[in-house]
Design a protein around this ligand. Sequence first.
Ligand SMILES: [Zn+2]
Length: 380
Amino acid sequence: MVPLQKPQIEKLLCDLIRIPSVNPHLTEDKESNEMNLALFVRDWLISHTIKAHIEEVEPGRPNVYAEIGDGDGKTLCFCAHLDTVGVQEMTIPPFEPTIEDKRMYGRGSCDMKGGLAAVLSAAAALATTGVKGKLILALVCDEEYASIGADDFVKRHRADGCILTEPSDLKIVMAHKGFLWAKVTVPGKSAHGSRWDIGESAISKMGSILVALDEFDKKVLRQRSDSLVGPASMHVSLINGGSGISTYASSCTVHIERRTLPSEERHEVQEEIERKIHKACPDAEIEWYFHRPSMYCDPEEPIAKSVKTAFQEVLGREGECSGFGVWTDAAIFQQAGIPTVNIGPIGFGLHEPVEWVDIDSVVQTASILFHAANSFTNSS
Ligand SMILES: [Zn+2]
């Protein structure tokens, strides 16, 4: 199993970091995308005797699909995203990987080229040993923006279980939150600033909504907590209103974000907030314009059991089950009917000026994937 040895994995991770793959929506450089990395990954897989090809989701926005085995067993999917966030704020060279104190530094080292290196290495090892069923790889674009890669992948491919390798400090992530976005608009009555008798400030009306939502967040939502992902929450993230210092504001708009728990139903979440807003301001208009579901994997699912057993085999102790506050592509697989768990390396600095990943934990993640794939694709 040469591909699972640390020097090989370390070199692969260096190669992945050296190839910029900043999401084009998160940089001024509109030439930037995941294509160069996708081509490297495809060729690396092919050189390790794995069938792999590019699936272009949009022009210049590739997924890499790969597969191993075609047996009677189950189909397992490993998923990692190819894109990274931008490098504008970074205080270390983003694309010149350096190793210090067992840590690899560079943009994407942790989020998530460490997890990508683990997926590739485990796949290469499984290609030499073979799998009973089938292993497919979803190496997707655009996770850091709109997840067009994962959305496209689940339309084309099926699997019986999926393991995502976002960094999780080697915890087994069984759940994460979802979110909803809404735009709230309040009308006022435009008038000259001296005309208190006919003017009505939309901004003042919005004020009572803001107070009500803040109280709702702190007193109600934060008490509603999930053992894996923590409390529900919401916040007002953008505000816009008024047209001039001497004019009564004719309109005020805010955008709100609500982070949801796996146990919460979307329509109930929406109705609850609508009631709060309309109580504070009956003529407010609310437009729910985007949402992503939460993710939850039943611990009895074979994929969860396989990962737990693999963890025990590799690390000699029971894996800790956990949840993410953040949203990930796991929800897209789960929503497509593919039970999904996440396990990934230890690291720090996601979306931050200094980013690193613990190299040993990348090697351990690769070993866990290898063992999990064997038990999952062998099981009935
Ligand atoms: Zn990520």
